[in-house]
Design a protein around this ligand. Structure first.
Ligand SMILES: [Mn+2]
Length: 323
């Protein structure tokens, strides 16, 4: 890890400027880690930009962006137009919280900037970004925020309470409140952020969601059902965002008896998505592979083209019949 951070520091210092990009539908982990990295880079006196699509963000991301604006946070959050004017042949592009080409906010930047660093904690896919300078992808780490906390410790650098709070909220989201992908290191990272002054009350403010989306999700959950006394399934009959499907799947793990859960919904046009979660006994990755999906043992997903949601549900029921 030290070697990685040394190289990263070196590449940053040698760049004309650094552009930080995360994934589409940015979440709190991506936003928190990106803002913290931007701060670190500013400390190195290297010009840097966090490129962000301001439209259609989720509620907690919007809460955070409002807070950031109010507190006159010194992070250069810019749109793609501004970034395009700043690119030189010595720009460095750092991609955080994804390594997949199709998921980044602005795929065109991958072609426009030669020097690329990828830092992520998700399983690699089959269309990975060519990290020409450096790649650190470790699926055993809870969140990108946890990686950036390790970088802060390596640099022996502090962060202010607001920054620490945003990262702590990001870790909480990515670990489903320390129920998934959580190791001793995750708690050390959380402890570090609390030592830096992360505020629990402010964190709760950030994580608030709007009443409508909360109620909608509860309504979907009412229609969930349990199969073989260990699988929970929820079919959502409205068009729904992938992120909301994963929240539904996670929520079903809290139900009595449930060992693994599946939320199915139409995400876009004729794409049906499944989000699968497991407490640790059942390998949901194996089940999602049958639908050409990917992920981890306890956290997996799939997208299916040109099949009705009913058909997908039937196939899923068949797949779990044998388990
Ligand atoms: Mn993340």
């Amino acid at each position: 890890m030290e070697e990685i951070f040394k190289k990263l520091t070196d590449f940053i210092k040698k760049a004309d400027n650094v552009i930080i990009m995360t994934h589409k539908n940015i979440d709190l982990d991506a936003l928190g880690s990106a803002m913290c990295l931007a701060r670190i880079i500013s400390d190195f006196k290297v010009e840097n930009y966090l490129v962000l699509n301001q439209k259609g963000n989720n509620h907690s991301v919007n809460n955070t962006l409002q807070l950031v604006e109010k507190s006159k946070f010194d992070v250069n959050i810019v749109d793609i137009k501004k970034v395009l004017k700043k690119i030189t042949n010595k720009s460095l592009l750092i991609i955080l919280d994804t390594s997949k080409k199709e998921l980044v906010e602005y795929p065109e930047l991958l072609d426009l900037i030669e020097d690329k660093v990828v830092i992520d904690h998700h399983v690699l896919g089959n269309k990975n970004i060519q990290a020409t300078k450096l790649s650190y992808v470790n699926e055993n780490i809870s969140s990108t925020s946890e990686i950036i906390v390790k970088y802060l410790k390596f640099l022996k650098r502090d962060v202010d309470p607001l920054m620490a709070t945003i990262m702590l909220a990001g870790m909480e989201v990515d670990t489903n409140s320390y129920n998934a992908k959580t190791s001793a290191d995750t708690f050390y990272a959380a402890a570090f952020l609390l030592e830096q002054g992360a505020l629990n009350v402010l964190k709760k403010e950030i994580l608030k969601e709007d009443k409508q989306s909360y109620l909608k999700r509860e309504k979907y959950l009412e229609n969930s059902y349990i199969v073989k006394e260990k699988f929970a399934i929820c079919r959502v009959n409205d068009i729904i965002a992938k992120e909301d499907l994963s929240v539904i799947a996670e929520r079903m793990l809290l139900f009595d008896q449930v060992e693994a859960s599946f939320a199915i919904g139409v995400i876009d046009g004729n794409i049906v998505a499944i989000s699968a979660r497991s407490l640790g006994q059942i390998n949901v990755y194996n089940i999602m592979k049958k639908f050409n999906g990917g992920g981890h043992f306890t956290d997996a997903a799939a997208q299916i083209n040109d099949k009705s949601i009913m058909k997908v549900e039937k196939e899923l029921l068949k797949a779990i019949e044998v388990i």
